[in-house]
Design a protein around this ligand. Structure first.
Ligand code: OAD
Length: 239
């Protein structure tokens, strides 16, 4: 599968992953686009924007609580675990659009969450923020200050956390290999990260059963699932 770039993989010092919903698909977490994607069933403009949240916070919270239940009962799959195992051999950084925390639960130690985390909550008004795995009984949950709490995720139209984004660019600019796994690269600015890497002569490798808008720019595009491909990549470095 990876034969044609095996030497480059072995020689690489730093590998940066850009991951998306597809990498957690084999953990039972649905993707957004594609046949069974969430955005086929739900309107993102009603569930994933700050305006929709203020219009109907209960509805948005109900949707996030359903997703949180699913995510909290899900387990990291062999794709997540392979990325964590790679740390034995290489400097590895994971730039993820996922909010599910599965990379960290698989053991990855250097994960930048570009779109926040469904495990974290924050107040819409004061500085309060926290991590919680409890499911709220009354929605929307309220902060001690009396205002509404929200999931600490990035919604459409919101900026990415500035420090995380700046660091993501630094890592994209300084990697030898960028592996883009399980993302349609449909959402900006995360989808510009491969461009930074390419401009700095990194090798681009994609793992996705489907074609993406950047498949043609890849040194190698592996058309299979991440849980199948990534353990093979680790076995190359073990050999
Ligand atoms: P998408 O749903 O847009 O894309 C998922 C990608 O994963 C598709 O290209 C699939 O072909 C691929 N895929 C599916 N199963 C896979 C598997 N088992 N192994 C590998 N690849 C697989 O999800 P994202 O690219 O993550 O943002 O979407 C980016 C952002 O759009 C999300 O973070 C979210 C969404 O709207 C916000 O909510 C702000």
């Amino acid at each position: 599968m990876f034969e044609q770039i095996a030497d480059k993989l072995k020689n690489a010092k730093k590998i940066v992953f850009v991951t998306g919903a597809g990498i957690s698909q084999e953990s039972g977490i649905p993707t957004f686009r594609g046949k069974d994607g969430l955005w086929r069933k739900y309107d993102p403009m009603k569930l994933a924007t700050i305006d929709s949240f203020y219009e109907d916070p209960k509805l948005v919270w109900e949707w996030y609580e359903d997703r949180r239940k699913n995510i909290l009962s899900a387990q990291p799959n062999p794709g997540h675990k392979a990325i964590a195992d790679l740390e034995k051999y290489k400097e590895v950084v994971v730039l993820t659009q996922n909010i599910d925390g599965l990379h960290q639960r698989a053991g990855s130690t250097n994960v930048l969450e570009l779109h926040g985390s469904i495990i974290r909550i924050k107040c819409t008004v004061c500085d309060f923020h926290d991590e919680t795995t409890t499911i709220f009984e009354n929605l929307p949950p309220l902060c001690k200050c009396g205002n509404i709490l929200r999931p600490d995720v990035v919604w459409f139209g919101e900026a990415l956390p500035q420090d995380i984004w700046n660091n993501a660019i630094i890592h994209a600019n300084s990697c030898d290999i960028m592996i883009i796994a399980g993302t349609s690269l449909a959402v900006s600015p995360a989808n510009t990260l491969p461009i930074y890497a390419k401009q700095n002569n990194a090798i681009l490798l994609e793992i996705n059963p489907d074609e993406t808008i950047m498949s043609g720019d890849m040194e190698l595009s592996i058309k299979t699932t991440s849980a199948k491909a990534l353990p093979e990549l680790v076995s190359i470095l073990e050999s």
